[in-house]
Design a protein around this ligand. Structure first.
Ligand code: 6PG
Length: 239
């Protein structure tokens, strides 16, 4: 596990963009699962702002680590957020964008997306192996859409599962632990004071940390990075 701590959110975005651009030049094609929520917005804006030569976008395929079960036009949609902050600004071929269809019946979509991953992402021992999975972490220690209240979803055999937000009841499609820990590289993007408590508990393995799904992220490759701002890192003893 490698901590990359920056002073501000903007610096996290710049450092992560450098990291991703390096990967993009290093490997082709690159299969990347994106996280949702609000943290990635500043990263996607920075990534889109970089004068990255157009041809390079032909070599990157975007997927989602999770999606809300809403239409792609809904303000809650992770796809819509990504379209606004990144995809609408870059010349990436349509065929390189593998959207989770939040408008579909959830259980059917979890099956469909699992098939998409098996078809599009090279597998290792029958498990789709992403080059990079970007993850966020909720204030409650959830990641992707695996919440502490339903942490057993992490262990299901399928690459994708249907989750439910514990407060809103909103259904989500999420990738599962077997896919996350198979990835070549996993990068957490976590910023803000509201995350500091859980970041400290998980990274410093404080008592009870195992109840947080984010603590289960341990790629076999051991290539795990935490991109943090100083607000999110403030409780770290090992930072
Ligand atoms: C989602 C995300 C989720 C997110 C965390 C952090 O669909 O909401 O994938 O796992 O990464 O909830 O969200 P913020 O970046 O908004 O704090």
């Amino acid at each position: 596990m490698e901590l990359k701590i920056s002073k501000t959110k903007q610096e996290v975005a710049e450092n992560f963009t450098d990291f991703l651009v390096h990967l993009m030049h290093d490997r082709s094609p690159l299969h990347v699962a994106l996280s949702g929520g609000s943290t990635p917005k500043i990263v996607f804006d920075e990534l889109a702002a970089r004068h990255i030569s157009e041809h390079i976008w032909e070599n990157i395929h975007f997927y989602w680590g999770d999606e809300r079960c809403v239409s792609p036009e809904d303000d809650d949609s992770n796809y819509k957020m990504t379209l606004t902050h990144l995809l609408s600004k870059i010349k990436i071929p349509e065929r390189n964008i593998h959207r989770i269809k939040g408008e579909n019946e959830p259980y059917e979509e979890a099956e469909r997306y699992a098939e998409v991953l098996k078809k599009e992402v090279p597998s290792v021992e029958d498990v789709p192996r992403f080059d990079l999975i970007i993850l966020g972490m909720g204030d409650d220690g959830h990641t992707a859409s695996i919440f502490p209240e339903d942490i057993d979803l992490w262990y299901v055999q399928s690459p994708c599962a249907v989750a439910e937000h514990p407060d809103s009841g909103q259904q989500r499609i999420t990738i599962t632990g077997k896919v996350i820990n198979k990835a070549e590289t996993v990068a957490f993007l976590v910023t803000g004071e509201s995350k500091a408590q859980k970041v400290g508990e998980i990274i410093d393995r404080k008592e009870g940390y195992e109840k947080y799904p984010a603590s289960l992220v341990a790629p076999v490759s051991e290539n795990l990075f935490w991109f943090l701002d100083s607000a999110a890192a403030k409780h770290l003893t090992s930072g």
